[in-house]
Design a protein around this ligand. Structure first.
Ligand SMILES: O=C(O)CCC(=O)C(=O)O
Ligand SMILES: [Fe+2]
Length: 226
């Protein structure tokens, strides 16, 4: 499932993050990637252990916690501390797949990457190019969202960031290990949850709504890996 989640950050939060990111030292993005990615990756990132990355990343995690759509769609078990990247002057990230397992900085556990997310911190008219292209069985999908909006997509997909030919594209990106490993099951649960929420809004907690809610939780109980 690819899902556009608008307004994950407020305009004030975006402006604050952008201001803080301007004061930082970016490093070559090849430092945080495996061998295949390094061949096609040309961008800059904040060092993941830098105090500023950790602080700004925590701000994003706090915003995600308040976002019921992100929770319903990703069903997160763990989220890696969000990272930050910047592309300008033709920089791009060619076709690749994200590594399946990531060591979580400052923690002694690893995380399986089930869901990839990009949170846009610049508006589309601030730069040319820089589309995130995700390829799935339905074809190639190009994404370029307003500042504060997030796209999530299955980490199993091949994807790329097209060259940025004018201006600068700044984003945060991160991976989630989901309670539900399989994208098709996760998608079904998301759809079911959305319909249940909508029904509850229309008719309240009727017997039928309660019954469907029970089945939603029972499916999670059946499929979840914790
Ligand atoms: O910047 C993006 O939208 C995605 C970056 C990416 O694919 C990666 O870092 O693996
Ligand atoms: Fe990627």
């Amino acid at each position: 499932m690819m899902l556009h989640i608008p307004g994950v950050l407020t305009l004030d939060e975006v402006n604050y993050l952008r201001q803080r990111l301007q004061e930082t030292n970016w490093v070559d993005g090849k430092q945080t990637v495996g061998a295949q990615g390094a061949l096609v990756k040309q961008n800059r990132q904040l060092p993941e252990h830098a105090e500023i990355s950790i602080k700004l990343g925590q701000m994003i995690l706090a915003a995600l916690k308040k976002n019921p759509i992100f929770y319903s769609a990703a069903l997160p078990l763990r989220i890696v501390p969000p990272l930050f990247n910047a592309y300008a002057g033709g920089e791009h990230y060619g076709l690749h797949v994200d590594g399946s397992i990531r060591q979580v900085p400052h923690a002694d556990y690893t995380l399986r990457t089930d869901v990839s997310s990009t949170l846009f911190l610049c508006d589309p008219d601030e730069y040319d190019g820089g589309e995130l292209e995700v390829i799935d069985t339905y074809g190639a999908h190009e994404v370029k969202l307003p500042a504060g909006d997030l796209i999530l997509y299955p980490s199993t997909s091949l994807h790329q960031v097209k060259p940025v030919t004018r201006g600068v594209r700044v984003c945060s990106f991160f991976w989630t290990q989901s309670l539900i490993r399989d994208d098709a099951r996760r998608n079904m649960l998301f759809e079911m949850d959305q319909h249940i929420q909508s029904l509850r809004g229309q008719i309240g907690d009727s017997t039928e709504v309660l019954g469907l809610t029970a089945q939603y939780h029972n499916l999670i109980r059946m499929w979840a890996e914790t």
